[in-house]
Unconditional design. Structure first.
Length: 623
């Protein structure tokens, strides 16, 4: 079942597989493995004490910076190991995460490296110009018009090391026109090449001859002719390819590098003497799985960097050309780990099935209901499997009797309650005796946890691409979880569920949410999820905060951006919120069901709700 490994909760939740040593389990808590190692629960409760409720998105900039430095160190190691003469540089693709809470500290923390930003739109290019350190690279990919190319010329005049990557011959013609109009300095020029090599998996269409971007071999030669004709050959500095995000197999990349390396060598031989760089795009995979046997990739970062450096050195030597500068755009690798979504559990749906909810009759309980009660009263570790099977059989028989009209609704309710109580007991009693029957039961009767978040807003790739994300409780990790869990979000949509998967199961604790808080952490949500998140049911982004560490290891909670309130969300959808307020106020004034002395109080209460975000409030039953 997986619970036998609970003596090591790190392995039960796969932290040793996906954690990259960013988080640890200590004293039953998930802690940040940095500075004084604060627990995520402590950070969360500190924010809640200051009035921030609902789901929280916690950013850890030091993790993103660490990932960039890790990428650079591995390429430098590989270069040294293979005697590679070219340089290594990298850019972060803004499409992965454009939010200031991520971008600004990333650029600040990597200013001592040849690390910049990649833009794919005019707005992203403005961000790149504002936040890339002068001298660090800016690359511009995607389709461009004259205005976008003109902005690139302005960036060059500002002193930026900018490369405009050409996606089609028409873009090169626009650069030529802008060069005549604006003069020097002219941005560097890159050529996106359309490789024969394709990617694999969900993003396979990023590569291959049917891909959206890139120049064919014929167009490459045509581009070279144009560059020579207008004396711009010296501005051609880079070729670029991209075969897909989240590459789970290294083989297509190796084929693509061989193909691109040979194109690089041939272009240099045709006169591109300043062509000195190959941008291998993104795709360095992130490990999302919580089980080693379900790994998302078949290679390590060591193998990735070794293969890139070795192959480009080998091709350069065989073709007699200089070894190119290597560029990467591994955005997911840099960003995914830095953000954690923390969401409180609101309800366990089976907790209505408790002994206090039984309505056994003093006389006249159906025999099978009485047998269920006897099973529940006498179940132990020796008979648990047998009693579990009997209980499930009895439930099927009793539900049939209800359908036929032989038992009443009270009998049916007692049946459901007793069977759930027996299942609950048997799972605990049999936790050290895994069997296929228990696995089947877990898959069939897992606990539904209602979690205060929107899957569509915070985990859109789970819904759209079936992308799994590591999830685990943030505390109680020194006690055994006994419930096989599926997670329900609070949207009005049946797709808003992280379903239980027996091959990759999630086990959680049986907590009383009326008496105690229970927080779940969704990890590796820092890439794509925020910008792709949708406002299904008009749920807004969670409240976010940046966790920065001081030199002494203490931490500060900074840059808090609250979730939008209801009026702000409606305003974003172009509703006239003043008109909404006027109409509601008028209806309250005209309602015959509201007493005059109530109107002001009701209106004030409604305005209070409109000023808060739409996530649910945890009920305090002690109030």
């Amino acid at each position: 079942m997986g619970l036998k490994s609970f003596s090591d909760p790190t392995r039960l939740y796969g932290l040793n597989v996906w954690g990259e040593n960013n988080f640890i389990i200590e004293d039953g808590l998930v802690k940040v493995n940095h500075g004084q190692r604060p627990s995520l629960v402590h950070i969360t409760k500190k924010m809640r004490e200051n009035g921030y409720k609902g789901p929280l998105l916690l950013r850890f900039p030091h993790i993103a910076v660490k990932n960039v430095k890790r990428l650079f160190s591995h390429f430098e190691r590989a270069k040294k190991e293979f005697g590679y003469g070219g340089k290594f540089k990298a850019v972060f693709p803004l499409k992965v995460n454009q939010f200031p809470g991520f971008i600004i500290p990333l650029m600040e923390g990597t200013k001592d490296l040849d690390y910049g930003l990649e833009a794919g739109s005019k707005a992203e290019l403005i961000l790149a110009m504002a936040y890339t350190n002068i001298g660090s690279p800016i690359t511009v990919n995607g389709f461009k018009d004259r205005e976008m190319i003109s902005i690139g010329f302005i960036a060059a005049k500002m002193g930026h090391n900018i490369t405009l990557t050409i996606e089609g011959i028409n873009e090169l013609e626009l650069i030529i026109k802008e060069a005549k109009r604006l003069g020097s300095p002219i941005p560097k020029i890159g050529l996106r090449i359309r490789l024969h090599t394709g990617g694999i998996g969900i993003w396979a269409k990023s590569g291959g001859y049917s891909s959206k971007f890139g120049l064919t071999s014929t167009e490459l030669l045509e581009a070279m002719d144009l560059l020579k004709e207008y004396d711009l050959t010296d501005r051609l500095s880079m070729i670029h390819f991209h075969i897909g995000s989240q590459m789970n197999d290294i083989s297509p990349l190796k084929k693509a590098i061989r193909e691109a390396g040979n194109i690089y060598a041939e272009l240099r031989k045709t006169g591109a003497k300043n062509l000195r760089a190959i941008n291998i795009g993104g795709g360095l995979a992130v490990e999302y799985s919580q089980k080693e046997e379900l790994s998302n990739r078949n290679y390590t970062i060591e193998e990735f960097t070794n293969d890139v450096v070795y192959l480009l050195k080998e091709i350069s030597a065989s073709k007699g050309v200089r070894e190119p500068t290597i560029f990467t755009e591994s955005g997911r690798f840099v960003a995914a780990d830095h953000a954690v979504l923390v969401a409180p559990v609101l309800e366990l749906f089976s907790q209505e099935y408790s002994e206090k909810s039984l309505r056994l009759k003093d006389k006249g309980n159906p025999p099978l209901v009485q047998e269920l009660y006897d099973l529940y009263s006498s179940i132990n570790s020796k008979n648990a499997r047998e009693y579990l099977h009997d209980a499930l059989d009895h439930m099927e028989s009793l539900l049939t009797l209800f359908d036929l009209g032989y038992i009443d609704l009270t009998d049916r309710a007692n049946t459901e309650t007793l069977v759930h109580l027996i299942i609950k007991k048997s799972i605990v009693l049999l936790r050290d005796k895994p069997s296929q029957e228990i696995k089947d039961v877990l898959e069939r009767v897992q606990e539904r946890y209602l979690v205060n978040f929107s899957l569509f807003q915070s985990l859109p790739d789970y819904w759209g691409l079936n992308q799994s994300f590591p999830v685990m409780p943030l505390d109680r990790l020194n006690s055994r979880p006994t419930r096989s869990a599926s997670l329900w979000d609070i949207t009005c949509d049946s797709d808003g569920e992280v379903a239980f998967n027996i091959e990759n199961p999630l086990y959680l604790h049986d907590v009383d949410v009326e008496r105690e808080e229970y927080f779940l952490g969704f990890f590796k949500v820092g890439a794509y999820q925020e910008v792709l998140g949708m406002r299904h049911n008009l749920f807004t982004h969670p409240t976010e905060a940046t966790i920065n560490f001081e030199d002494d290891g203490t931490y500060r909670i900074e840059n808090i951006i609250e979730a939008q309130n209801i009026l702000d969300v409606l305003d974003d959808f172009d509703y006239d919120t003043k008109e909404i307020e006027r109409r509601i106020r008028q209806q309250i004034d005209e309602s015959d069901s509201i007493e005059d002395e109530e109107r002001k109080e009701i209106l004030g209460e409604l305005y209070l709700y409109l000023s808060e975000n739409g996530y649910l409030r945890t009920i305090n039953f002690n109030e």
